[in-house]
Design a protein around this ligand. Structure first.
Ligand code: ADP
Ligand code: UDP
Length: 233
């Protein structure tokens, strides 16, 4: 069980199965491409629980993910992937960098979901790119971009409904995809889906229930993550 990667929020280890990895959720929180850092007790457990629950639900709805099984409160066995070095962002409502980039106020609902791509690089500050950049930089093929876009919009529909039942509005979120180690022609959903990578607002009060509580020093970060888990469970 060799450690193969330590990221900002998770660690990856090899397993006895060459096609599977062990992914451990840490208590570390970072924002602004790693420039702001903190530790929150229980964060790893909460994000693992939320992400596992969402991935199991997506699998049931026919969306292939890397999820294999949970082995402890903070560790999960996942299919080994070659991760596409792009972040896929889906936005339903204006917030975050959309507002910064366009000089708009947060909170207005888009007429249709927006799909964006960024290069997965903290050094570069995850710059926004388009499909032509992706093809030119060979980050993914045209077919892969089409597949990822369609899958991201499908996931958005499922998640919007899922969160709404829990009284949460899905404002925006980030997805990662990867090619299966056993068959690189197959793309599956990777990484995690948790309040670290989604904006979730309480439907009634508009209260932020996600990592913006940490980014903006609003307090009650883990209380909000725990509330999200409770509502989804
Ligand atoms: P970061 O790398 O941005 O600091 P994390 O701390 O979340 O992020 O690290 C997890 C890393 O594992 C990410 O780089 C992610 O792309 C990668 N990853 C997620 N799922 C898989 C998978 N199934 N196979 C291989 N790598 C994965
Ligand atoms: N996001 C993420 N990782 C990133 C960048 C964005 O998980 O490296 C998520 C973020 O939590 C939000 C959505 O993607 O839910 C859109 O983020 P945005 O582009 O507004 O950037 P940010 O506000 O993080 O600068």
């Amino acid at each position: 069980m060799e450690p193969i990667y330590e990221g900002k929020a998770k660690r990856l280890f090899t397993t006895d199965n060459p096609n599977e990895l062990r992914m451990e959720f840490k208590n570390d929180a970072t924002a602004f491409d790693g420039k702001k850092k903190a530790q929150f007790e229980d964060k790893g457990r909460l994000n693992a629980a939320i992400s596992n629950l969402i991935y199991a639900m997506l699998e049931e709805r026919g969306i292939p993910t890397h999820f294999v099984r949970s082995i402890s409160d903070t560790e999960v066995i996942v299919k080994k992937l070659e991760i596409l070095m792009i972040e896929v962002i889906i936005r339903n409502t204006a917030a975050g960098s959309f507002c910064k980039r366009t000089g708009t106020e947060e909170g207005w609902d888009f007429s249709e979901p927006l799909v964006e791509f960024c290069i997965k690089s903290d050094e570069l500050g995850d710059p926004l790119i388009n499909e032509a950049y992706i093809r030119e930089l060979k980050l993914a093929t045209a077919d892969e971009v089409a597949h990822v876009t369609k899958a991201a919009l499908e996931v958005n529909q499922i998640l919007q409904e899922f969160f709404l039942k829990a009284g949460l509005k899905l404002v925006d979120f980030k997805l990662e995809f990867g090619r299966l180690a056993t068959d690189p022609s197959v793309l599956v959903l990777a990484d995690e889906i948790s309040p670290d990578g989604c904006r979730l607002w309480d439907v009634e009060t508009g209260e932020k229930m996600d990592k913006d509580r940490f980014r903006r020093d609003l307090g009650g970060v883990m209380e909000s993550y725990a509330e999200v888990l409770k509502r989804l469970s």
